[in-house]
Ligand binder design. Structure first.
Ligand code: LLP
Length: 428
């Protein structure tokens, strides 16, 4: 059994703050992030490359959790960020993030998004398709700049993860297909385009991956592909996807093993092809913010079906964490009032949304609970707030950052006024 960190009240603590009093102060549901943990992970990624003395860029995949506050932390820690929409770009800009340190991914970036990116000086645009090659060239020409780009390749590598979150296989909407020669054609176009500065290749094989083989294959494939085109790339970007622990069934490797495998592969390729060592770029999202976030809920009603199941309902659900409903994702939860108390029963933690699939934790052993107790669902920091919705017209929760016992609201709780603010009367 995990021994959770508690204070003198036996309450769960999050980076030194009392989880129950955070719930009282800010209300529930509440996303809480341990900022020390986020910084540690960001630093750990950097250190791994520095120890090996290879040029690198760690780019936080901000789709996992994109708020002003996280871009500010990333900037303080000297890492880059990857964005996938105009909305993320604007958030990063408002956070004061240096746009030179942004890369822009996505399979259907609009003309307006690309124009904004060029105007705001986004460092690298990761080109996904032929239309984008043309659009970006025109926009760069109009703005009289030469835009740094990478080409995104569909590597045809299938990572063993949920079908919806695996992106590298050949039948994928992302990137230039390698096997049919489209990637080479894109390379020739990009290389000969005076408005574009082609710096390297990108491929992302999927998410929540637990072994190194896919990353090794991906890195090798990108290097071999460039070599087969007679070209020495300045950048090889192998994407993100490092798995994290949600429950005891998840056995992720330490980050160091994934990164070491990538570095080893690319050092080997650079030596055998007699290249100057390319910059290695990685784009971790989940591994940076996932384990550092948790969601606090207030326990409400319950339903006991004898011999079948105990349902414990909380004041949030699929609107703040769609992952169990969408991917059958598993989580663990802990009673924040008394995390280390003896467990008494196994419950299913359900939300308050009008849908049977609205589950937060499929199976959880808990001590006896009372309405009003605070339950924390762990490791919700990635793709939780990021994929939150107003389903059933529920306002989205607030987000609080905690660091060494101090806490600060970084996203305010939505109100009914926010929800109503875009509605208009129908008067025809
Ligand atoms: N780079 C690219 C190009 C990506 O498409 C992704 C994730 C990442 C980096 C970051 O991957 P990570 O390190 O976070 O695994 N909503 C799903 C995850 C979708 C991931 C999409 N792409 C979920 O909740 O599991």
């Amino acid at each position: 059994m995990t021994n959770y960190l508690t204070n003198e009240l036996e309450h769960l603590t999050i980076d030194g703050a009392d989880a129950v009093s955070l719930a009282e102060t800010y209300g529930t549901p509440l996303y809480v992030y341990d900022v020390s943990k986020i910084r540690q992970t960001m630093r750990a990624f950097k250190t791994l490359f520095e120890k090996e003395n290879v040029p690198y860029v760690v780019s936080y995949a901000s789709k996992a959790f994109a708020t002003k506050a996280i871009y500010q932390v990333a900037q303080q820690e000297g890492i880059h960020a990857d964005i996938v929409s105009g909305g993320e770009l604007v958030t990063a800009i408002k956070a004061g993030f240096d746009t030179k340190h942004l890369s822009f991914n996505g399979n259907n970036k609009s003309f307006d998004e690309l124009t904004l990116a060029v105007e705001k000086g986004v460092g690298t645009i990761i080109i996904d398709n032929f239309l984008e090659l043309k659009l970006l060239s025109t926009i760069a020409q109009e703005h009289q700049i030469k835009q740094d780009i990478l080409l995104r390749i569909s590597p045809g590598i299938s990572a063993h993860t949920h079908e919806f979150i695996s992106t590298g296989q050949q039948d994928s909407k992302f990137g230039f297909d390698l096997l049919t020669g489209q990637a080479k054609e894109a390379f020739q176009i990009a290389k000969n385009d005076d408005n574009l500065n082609l710096r390297g290749l990108h491929a992302h094989i999927g998410s929540q991956i637990f072994d190194v083989t896919g990353f090794e294959k991906n890195a090798a494939l990108l290097a071999d592909t460039a070599q087969s085109w007679g070209w020495q790339p300045a950048v090889i970007n192998v994407g993100g996807g490092f798995g994290i622990r949600y429950t005891a069934d998840d056995k992720p490797l330490p980050e160091s093993e994934y990164v070491a495998a990538i570095i080893r592969t690319l050092k080997g390729k650079a030596a055998s092809y007699d290249w100057k060592m390319p910059e290695i770029w990685i784009e971790p999202g989940r591994s940076i913010v996932g384990p550092a976030g948790q969601t606090l809920y207030t326990i409400g009603s319950r339903k006991d079906i004898p011999d079948i199941r105990h349902y414990l309902a909380v004041d949030g659900g699929m609107g703040d964490n769609i992952r169990p409903a969408l991917y059958q994702a598993q989580y663990e939860a802990v009673l924040a009032n008394q995390p280390n108390a003896q467990t008494k029963e196994v419950v299913r933690v359900a939300g308050k949304y009008c849908e049977s699939g609205d589950v937060l934790v499929w199976q959880q052993a808990l001590p006896e609970t009372q309405p009003g107790d605070i339950l924390s669902v762990l490791a919700t920091g990635a793709y939780g707030y990021a994929m939150a919705s107003n389903y059933n017209r529920n306002p989205r929760p607030a987000v609080v950052f905690v660091e060494n016992g101090k806490h600060q609201l970084v996203v305010a709780r939505e109100t009914y006024e926010h929800i109503m603010s875009l509605d208009k009367d129908y008067t025809l």
